[in-house]
Design a protein around this ligand. Structure first.
Ligand code: CTP
Length: 419
């Protein structure tokens, strides 16, 4: 893939792209071995640059064997190759896993006291940090300020996950799963843009499909897998956004850096969406939300009546239209709101006619219209869409990966955000 405007790729077409994997000294360094293995399996040329303290957790022979490249932490090794400058200059991506509080501090203040910090200073390619540390260190104002500084200079700092830390404690600070870190890194590499255009923006994305219970074991649901919403979250993370992902019954792997809020029904999604939208720059309603729910939910399982063929009649009621309510209750006029519409053409109009009517009815800024059929849209890795703007614009996105559609959505959103 070619680098987009403003980006820079150092590798000639046809050769493996070069990743510098920086490793700083935290217990999560062992998880960087898995990140390295996955990057190598995906065909990248990876040079590992550990700090001295990282080598206390995982030794140089492990990094050298897994990467097939020499390993050094010091600027005084291989001095004739001027490695402290060459590695950063020739990299297509620098990825730091884990980034400790100390490494973030040294990077933010521009120190160059070892090979990794020197490489970070000379890199002009995208830089991604995956921090991992104890919650107190992550939340400390010093670390917050360092993260802010690095983001303001164009780095992507992936939010750590919340969960079990090294000791018995739990909280934000855990390294996301290696596969999720690699997915984020590959997306940044593929875009090849060194300036994340959603930096410091809070985006809220709903994904999946709601379930409306009839009784404790049955529900009315839909076929949405959540893949498009998760692709939107992945793309937003790699463009620097703080992401809240409202996941309605999604069984996909977590997206590194996205805060996941799990919901079940349309009512739960309604409450979570309104709460998260209060301070959001962007809200994208990609979830398939039930329009109707059973008027009453049986507290016990609905049973067949012995000897009778009668079937129960389920009375439905309307749910709240969350998207329309988000538009109505928008307190920030600069908030960008995006809806999705799964449409089929019928006798009253084509897919785009229905899309335009829906855009007008909902009042959102952008509406992503998919043409659905039995074998299109749902549960698939690919999507095709027309993105309609309130300003009358139409952007056609041909059939392709859901991640590619996600980036087109963010291009259009970024153009509508106030500076
Ligand atoms: N949506 C919502 N709340 C609902 C239903 C839908 O926020 N109760 C959102 C969806 O997340 C999507 C958009 O509205 O972004 C379009 O949903 P869709 O169900 O296609 O539209 P409807 O208005 O329900 O129209 P239709 O009659 O075609 O179903």
């Amino acid at each position: 893939m070619t680098a987009a405007a403003g980006g820079r790729t150092n590798t000639a077409p046809g050769t493996a792209r070069r990743v510098v994997l920086g490793v700083s000294g935290g217990i999560a360094a062992y998880k960087a071995c898995e990140v390295l293995r996955r990057l190598k399996e995906s065909g990248y040329q990876v040079r590992v640059v550990p700090t001295e303290s990282a080598l206390r957790f995982v030794g140089a022979p492990t990094w050298a064997a897994l990467s097939g490249q020499p390993v050094s932490a010091s600027v005084f090794d291989d001095v004739h190759e001027v490695a402290h400058v060459a590695l950063g200059q020739s990299a297509d991506l620098v990825l730091v896993v884990p980034a400790t509080a100390d490494l973030l501090s040294r990077a933010a203040t521009g120190r160059a006291d070892d090979l990794l910090t020197s490489t970070l200073l000379t890199a002009r390619c995208p830089v991604v940090y995956a921090p991992a540390m104890h919650t107190e260190m992550w939340e400390h104002p010093a670390t917050r300020a360092n993260v802010h500084t690095l983001r303001s200079r164009g780095a992507v700092v992936i939010e750590p996950s919340s969960g079990r830390l090294t000791g018995a404690d739990t909280g934000p600070g855990r390294l996301p799963e290696p596969a999720a870190i690699v997915a984020a890194a590959v997306d940044v590499l593929d875009r090849g843009v060194a300036e994340p255009d959603l930096a410091d923006r809070h985006v809220v994305i709903s994904a999946g499909g709601t379930r409306e219970h009839l009784d404790p074991v049955r529900f009315l649901g839909n076929r949405s897998s959540g893949r498009q919403g998760y692709a939107l979250a992945q793309a937003a993370v790699s463009r620097g956004a703080r992401v809240t992902l409202l996941a309605a019954n999604v069984a996909l792997d977590d997206v590194a850096g996205a805060e996941i809020v799990r919901v079940g029904s349309a009512a739960e999604l309604h409450d979570a969406a309104l709460k998260a939208a209060a301070d959001a720059d962007v809200v994208v309603m990609a979830a398939a939300v039930a329009d109707f729910r059973p008027r009453t939910v049986n507290q016990t399982k609905i049973k067949k009546v012995a000897g009778s063929d009668d079937a129960p009649v389920v009375e439905l009621e309307r749910t709240t239209d969350i998207l329309a309510e988000l538009v109505r209750s928008r307190t920030r006029p600069d908030q960008v709101i995006v809806g999705f519409a799964a449409e089929t053409g019928d006798t009253s109009g084509g897919v785009l006619d229905h899309g335009r009517a829906k855009l007008a009815a909902k009042g959102c800024d952008l509406l992503v219209v998919n043409e659905v059929g039995v074998d299109r849209g749902f549960e698939s890795e690919e999507n095709q869409a027309h993105i309609l703007g309130r300003d009358g614009s139409t952007t056609d996105v041909p059939q392709g990966p859901k991640l590619a559609l996600a980036h087109v959505v963010w291009d259009l959103v970024a153009a509508r955000l106030s500076p």
